[in-house]
Design a protein around this ligand. Sequence first.
Ligand SMILES: Cc1ncc(COP(=O)(O)O)c(C=O)c1O
Length: 319
Amino acid sequence: MELKESIVYAQGRFQRYDEARVGLLTHGLNYGTGCFEGIRGFWREDEGQLYLFQLREHFDRLAQSARILLMQVPLSTEELVEITLELCRRNAFDQNVYVRPLIFKAAEDVGVRLHNVPEAFAIVALPYTSYFDDDRGLAVCVSSWRRADDTMAPARAKITGNYVNSALAKSEAQMSGFDEAILLSHDGHVSEGSAENLFLVRGGKLHTPDVAQNILEGVTRRTIMHLARQELALDVVERAIDRSELYTADEIFLSGTAAGIQYITSVDHRQIGGGTAGPVVQQLRRLYDLATLGHEAKYRSWVTSVYATRAKAVALHSL
Ligand SMILES: Cc1ncc(COP(=O)(O)O)c(C=O)c1O
């Protein structure tokens, strides 16, 4: 199905993507005054089932981002969950998906502000396409662009306008031959990738920038910290990390909903570990895959099934 023919949720109803238009003067488009989420759905061929991962956590973060922008998500988390499930069913997805809820300032006028602007809410869902080549690892550089500080544009909120910061860093990195950028915060500590949180392994412990390092408080980040502590009995330390610690790490990896868990082979041309996937990242990837596909009973509450059990599989077989 082409994107324009797919079903979206906008203006309080399900409609075709190409019917849900916004005007050229829309505030969110002109001033970046919107916030959004990225949610993944994982398809299991053997079960004919689509599992949406940590839906509630994403909608809770959307509410938090909206609050920072003086907005209010018009529906409760439970209503959002139901609409998302229905959206996936209406699109009859039988592959991995990416779901993009979006709330934005919808006034069509001139004048930058946050207050007294009407809001619009939408959810788009589309087939997922890989963000990185999972098997290759990433050669990254430290960006010359700094992560916007909380005193300027809060990274804690997933604000559309903040992605100019990410886009500047990502293009600089890729146009210079790297796969991804690592951004430092204004005071020179490691913050995160252009759209991923960062972890490193040093001295047998897992380290990640704490939430005061201008990071997006990633849903995958929290999942990884949980799996590392509970399943691998690793110490996880949230703290300020220096740039040169990157160069001496045993392993470094990035995490994000779209990106998944990606190991880093080099930083600024310095090889990390053996230049391949290290033992910690390999174990975490395996655990994450099991959890996202609903294989692990313990983590079943992290996934929400789109289809009634086996209904989709039966429907497919009868075709
Ligand atoms: C700037 C930034 N940091 C981190 C992340 C990872 O967050 P999550 O794991 O919730 O997708 C993302 C992805 O959305 C991001 O855009």
